[in-house]
Design a protein. Structure first.
Lengths: 248, 248, 248, 248
């Protein structure tokens, strides 16, 4: 555990996997973590885990589609200590045949995956600009670059989020705020993914992921941390991440 | 004027420029045009013009963000004669500094530029699939590929629309429905654009566009027509269009 | 057969398929065709076919890696009648595991697929610039955009050719020369491709291509022709072409 | 200075700037550096500098267009201690109007910027495959993604190199060799760049680069190092690097 810093990181979409791993990594590096997630109860184990390691993590219920909630969440983080990093990590990976994709689903996926990201990025920028520094990172996916069959809703939201990140990077970069977009191009190793692989394989024995097929969230978090530490004269806007065995 | 066909084209976002030029072109080729636009009154001159040439054009007030209206508009077209082509042409080009981009603006630009396109594409597909053929084309822009400064809202919507088009193309292509996305990478020659060039040039004499700087909407419409006529074994999903003088 | 024009088209890489189809199309539209190919003898049937339809086609042996030969070939075309279109269509699709890709192969594939294209484009430009107009089109492939396993040599040449096309388009566009790059993203229907499908399917009955899996070269040629006819205020630099059944 | 490792890094194109900075970084981390460059004499100061810090660096004259020289250079490195990283860093940034770009220049730029990269990557792979691990990184540029006016030769080589990197990454990734392509999208801070800025600014006072306009090579080298340290379940193939003030 590094020394405590007078700085906060906000993780919006602090799910069980990548978001949680990022929270843990920054906590170990001394940051106070503000972890936001729809259901605050589900953050309890993350908070407990970070505290057990000697870190500090505030778990907050947050509907990131709500401007006021976003503003308050990030404002609280910045009031605690300067907001130095803000990670937007909400996905909404759904797949429906085109004709079965309702307007309601399309809108909801966008609100979660794109609109929320815009609000979070903008409000983080508002707080960071007076400090003259900060990192705002967005989690992308394969669907950020490719609209596959059945992904009209999901990839539309992810493409849209990538545009937000680009536009922000071009406006905020010269003001010393590092905006980046990380294309996570493979499945992360989670109970849910393992279950899905098992189901797809049927009842057979081949239902285990192959070594190198899945990513450990902690490995992914290392790259968020590396980006946050890039010197300002050599910033990355976009990169892809995938396990060595992945076909692409 | 070609012989009348038993076929309709729907143009959603039949504005004064590209949309109107596409409507004229298809009308000349014998299609019955269903032209939809927020304000039906503004379609009167287009309808009159097409009728004066011996064509047929139905002008309809249409809020394409409304599923029922979209469904009814396209359903009426298809009831009149088989819907063979559907062109989505609504844009919402706005530019605001990031901190001044309200959630309301971001959402509205998305509803006009992306969500409407999804609804129109999906409903057109629903009607065309039983016919076993059809063309669904989306009008894109430079902002479909690049999130420039101040374009968080507009480019996010345009990126999202492009994802919709890709996803639809991959699902509908094998069912003989041709989905395409046209990246219009320059200004079209309109009164509004000329006025803007004049204003940007100040009061000086240089306020005229240079030859080859602007596109005649009729020239652009030719490419929509060419795509519609591609044989099914050699379809284009995406192309760019710009005038020869454009820098890119 | 259209009326004879006082204009020539040069097709470099006038193979049996796309190149030949382009030659036929332009011949039918009244252009005198200069068809170049490594082995002049193999052009005899194309020349005979075009002449039987009332067209004019000069078949020439041409090693397009040789500056002097390229210069002479295009110069002869332009001396016959103004060179209005030049199509570069040489490929060299090979696939080898990386460690088996010799320097000699890598160089040869590049010379055929990229260096030749540069020479042809540059020499066509030299002749067209004094006329103040012309079209220079390059045939690309999936490998122009994606470096797949085993394609280090082929995709490297195709990526390189695309860069040449882009650079030329940006320099020559404002001088009214239309440069385009066509990404042919599927197999063209040829005896060789049918044979390969048969071999891959083994001896089984499934060795026939499915309908809509292959492209008729004549269908592809239509798009070259459509691009050549685009008005200068609405030019396309790049488009993809694939059959409706293709997965991408 | 980290403890000495039993491992070598090869830097091909160990120029005065990025290549030298990478060499220094890996040397500090305990790697023995094999630095190759056309003119071995020019490596003397780099070698001296690394040795003064307690590191080990072998400077070798190397024409990377020559298969035998490449093979020997990398073989010597691997014989010294296992070759764990190989960085290809040769550029050949030239700009000529299209008609002035000779075949000779086009070929030479390709040989330096693309063909050499292929040879280096392939020979590094040959040595690393038996070890079951390694990193092979290629230095790209803006011109790797965009063929600008006057860059037919340079961008063609850079596009081609990127294809090589992609193809290698897809073949070697599953064999635990990490291939990456780094798009350096700005000028690095060198005497030559400062001189060019001065000349472009004329004799005026504005001839100094603005803060944040140029990249310190040492900052760039940090990202090569971070990529080399990514865990195999979360590898990056491609990223961009630019200073915060850069417009893009």
């Amino acid at each position: 555990m590094a020394d405590r810093r007078k700085a906060t990181v906000a993780v919006v979409g602090a799910g069980d996997f990548i978001g949680a791993a990022i929270a843990r990594k920054f906590a170990r590096e001394g940051y106070t973590v503000f972890a936001g997630r729809r259901n605050a109860d589900k953050l309890e184990s993350l908070v407990a885990e970070i505290e057990a390691e000697g870190g500090v993590c505030m778990g907050r219920g947050l509907d990131a589609r709500n401007e006021d909630e976003v503003s308050r969440f990030l404002g609280d983080a910045d009031a605690h200590a300067p907001l130095e990093a803000c990670i937007f990590n909400i996905g909404a990976n759904v797949n429906f045949p085109l004709l079965d994709t309702t307007g309601r689903v399309f809108r909801k996926v966008w609100e979660m995956g794109c609109y929320s990201g815009f609000l979070v990025g903008r409000e983080a920028a508002r707080l960071m600009l007076p400090h003259g520094r900060g990192s705002i990172f967005f989690t992308g996916a394969t669907a950020s670059l490719r609209g596959g069959v059945g992904y009209a809703a999901f990839s539309s939201a992810k493409f849209g989020l990538r545009a937000v990140a680009q536009s922000m990077a071009r406006e905020l970069g010269p003001k010393n705020i590092h905006v980046a977009h990380l294309v996570i191009d493979a499945a992360v190793d989670t109970a849910w993914v393992r279950e899905r692989i098992r189901r797809m394989a049927g009842e057979g024995a081949a239902g285990e992921p192959e070594p190198g097929q899945l990513m450990d969230p902690a490995s992914v978090a290392e790259t968020y941390w590396a980006l946050h530490n890039q010197p300002a004269d050599a910033w990355t806007f976009e990169l892809d991440i995938r396990p060595y065995r992945e076909r692409w």
